[in-house]
Write a protein that binds this ligand. Sequence first.
Ligand code: NAP
Length: 285
Amino acid sequence: MPATMMDGTALAARVRGQVADEVAALGIPIGLATVLVGDDPASAIYVRRKQEACVEAGIEPFHRELPGSTSQEQLLALVAELNADERVTGILVQVPLPDQIDEAEVIRAINPIKDVDGFHPTNAGHMLQGNPTLLPATPAGIMELLAKYNVQLKGSRAVVVGRSNNVGKPTALLLLAQHATVVLCHSRTPDLGAVVRQADVVVAAVGRPEAVTAAMIRPGAVVVDVGITRTDDGLVGDVARDAREVAGLLTPVPGGVGPMTIAALLRNTVRAARYQHGMLAFPGG
Ligand code: NAP
C-alpha cells in the first residue's frame, strides 16, 4: 500500500492562522528582522517567503540586504543595531553566509532572546538540557508534523541521517526528548542502509537526492524528508521517489517540512516577543 503523505502545507496554513490570531490577541509590537547577505537566489526566495508569512500573521517585517562583499565587522554592526532596536523582537540572519564571514560568531552576536532561528548556543544549550526556549525551526516543524500524524515516538527507534547543527543534531535531541531511541548517522557511517532499515522513524537531512533509497526503509516506517536539492526537474528531497511504495507515512518535497519550517519560525517570533515583553520568563534572565 502506498505511503500516506504528511501534508505540511495544510498543517502550516493552520499554524499560521493560529499565530495570526495570537498576534492580534496579544496586542504587543512584534517585529522580525531578516538579514540577507549576498545574492544567492535560493536564500532570497526563503527570506521572501518568511517575510510574506510574517506580514500575513500581523508581524512587522524589517528586511535588510547586504552585498556579498560584506565584512564580518559590517555584519556584526548590523546585528548590534538590530539587537538594540526595540521594534525588532526577532532576528534571523539567513544562512549560508559568504565565505569571508564567520557564521558562528555572527550567530553568537545575536541576543539569544531575539534568536528566532534557535541557533544561538544559549538556546541550543537549553534544548540540550531539556528546557526548550527558542527551538530551531526545521526540527520544531518536523516534531509538530509527527505529532499531528500521531506518530508514536516513545519507545520507537529513530534514525536521523545528517548531523548539522541546524537540522540533524537538534532533530535527534527532540526525538530523544520524546523518548525515541535515536541513532544519528553521517557521511562516515558504515553501511547506512543496514542502520536505516532498523528505524521506525527516519529523518533524512543530507542534501543529496536518493541518499535514502526504498531498499533502506523498513516497510511501514515513518519517513521525514528534509532535503531540498534543485534539479532540472524541480525540487527533490533526499528520499528516493519509490520509497512511497514502502513507507507508511512520508513527507512530500515540496510541501512537507519546508512549510512547517516557516510555521515554526512564526511561532518562535511570537515566543521571542513574549520573552521581551515579560510575558514569559527566559531562563537566566
Ligand atoms: P549540511 O549542513 O550540509 O549537513 C548534511 C549532513 O549530511 C552532514 O552531517 C553530512 O555528514 C551528512 N551526509 C552527507 N553525505 C552523506 C552520506 N552519503 N551519508 C550519510 N550522511 C551524509 O545540510 P543541512 O543544513 O543539515 O541540510 C540538509 C538538507 O536539508 C539540505 O538539502 C537542505 O537544503 C535541506 N534543508 C531543508 C529545510 C527545510 O525547511 N525543508 C531546512 C534546512 C535544510 P558529515 O557531517 O559527516 O559531513
